[in-house]
Design a protein around this ligand. Structure first.
Ligand code: HEC
Ligand code: HEC
Length: 309
């Protein structure tokens, strides 16, 4: 009797333990857009995403900086636009971006639909002069006449600027990438190996998950970079959106899905390797110096967030 009681106690406490270190996370749903109902819209969005004609001199597409065959990034600290000039920020991945509370490092676009429209007109990215210039360019292309008409069946004049955003956004909503960690969260204990499980525990007990949690393992809050140790940056971050003093140096906490593949890191692209990013996070955000085994295990865990496809 006593033995059974003890066993029950042990089972309950180990169950509680497992709950404890996965409760901050949520597995990806199978889909976040009805792909069968939106076939034409998604196909149009994909075509626009890959089309350099959305830029002033027909050289740069979304895919130049957010490569679909490269985890949605270009692996450069900052990205050259149509005339070779670079902005001050690292290009985040478009994979799983739609899951976040807002878009851009400072959260200045509400969603992927709104986000796409600003980059087409950004002078150092795609460089189109204005909305009308984009529309008149697309209207001259027969294929777009057909594809917009199919995607926006009820509209008389479907080639509208906002519809470009709707289509690219719909396509980006298909870019979600299930990982082995999702299998683990759904109960498949064997989906992670021993090092990855150790890394997950360390990630949680070190409180990395205070900021990197939820369905995107981040992407759902804004935090200052350099809470324990000041971080050198000339970028004002979220202050540029809100004008609030407290938002200086505050950035959207990036989601960590596919992070092993999306180097370099941080808003300025200044951190070349994942090892260094983990080490710096512990110092800047938590005031902790971590040992090589911490870095190794947490890196293993972060590797389990890479897409299975
Ligand atoms: C010249 C390179 C370049 C091009 C071209 C470009 N982007 Fe970006 N993209 C960036 C950079 C850099 C950022 C981050 C800028 C910031 O936060 O201020 C970004 C941010 C984003 C984000 C926000 C992701 C996040 O996690 O906040 C999305 C989504 C995105 N781009 C999609 C697109 C789409 C769609 C297009 C085409 C219409 C496009 N990009 C064209 C470089 C580029
Ligand atoms: C207080 C909130 C907070 C905590 C705690 C935190 N992070 Fe971060 N993390 C951030 C923010 C904000 C950024 C973006 C920083 C920037 O570039 O401005 C970030 C960026 C990162 C990046 C780079 C991602 C990219 O795409 O550039 C990695 C990797 C990372 N964190 C891992 C960790 C690990 C591992 C821990 C625990 C040791 C941790 N973080 C703890 C807020 C936090």
């Amino acid at each position: 009797m006593q033995i059974i009681f003890l066993l029950l106690l042990l089972m309950a406490s180990s169950y509680g333990y497992a709950q404890n270190y996965t409760q901050s996370f949520e597995p990806l749903p199978v889909s976040i857009i009805d792909e069968t109902k939106n076939v034409a819209l998604i196909a149009l969005g994909k075509k626009l995403y890959l089309d350099p004609r959305l830029s002033i001199d027909d050289t740069i597409s979304c895919n130049s900086c957010h490569q679909l065959d490269n985890f949605g990034v270009d692996n450069q600290p900052t990205s050259p636009g149509h005339d070779g000039r670079r902005g001050g920020r690292n290009a985040p991945t478009t994979f799983n971006a739609a899951l976040q509370i807002a878009q851009f490092w400072d959260g200045r676009a509400r969603n992927v639909e709104e986000q796409a429209l600003s980059q087409i007109l950004n002078p150092i990215e795609m460089g189109m002069a204005n909305e009308e210039a984009v529309i008149s360019k697309l209207k001259k292309i027969d294929e777009y006449q057909t594809m917009f008409a199919e995607a926006f069946k009820d509209e008389k004049d479907p080639i509208q600027y906002k519809n470009i955003g709707k289509a690219i956004g719909a396509f980006e909503r298909t870019l979600i990438t299930p990982s082995r960690f999702d299998d683990f969260l759904r109960g498949d204990e064997n989906a992670l190996n021993a090092a990855e499980k150790r890394g997950l525990k360390k990630f949680v007990y070190m409180r990395c998950s205070n900021c990197h949690h939820g369905i995107a393992i981040g992407g759902n809050s804004y935090k200052k970079i350099g809470l324990f140790e000041p971080y050198e940056t000339s970028d004002l971050g979220r202050y540029e959106v809100t004008g609030l003093e407290a938002d200086k140096g505050v950035f959207k906490v990036p989601g960590l899905r596919n992070v092993a593949k999306t180097a370099p890191y941080f808003h300025d692209g200044s951190v070349a390797t994942l090892d260094e990013a983990i080490k710096k996070m512990a110092r800047y955000q938590l005031g902790r110096d971590v040992d090589p085994s911490f870095i190794k295990d947490v890196k293993a865990f972060l590797g389990s967030l890479t897409s299975k496809q």
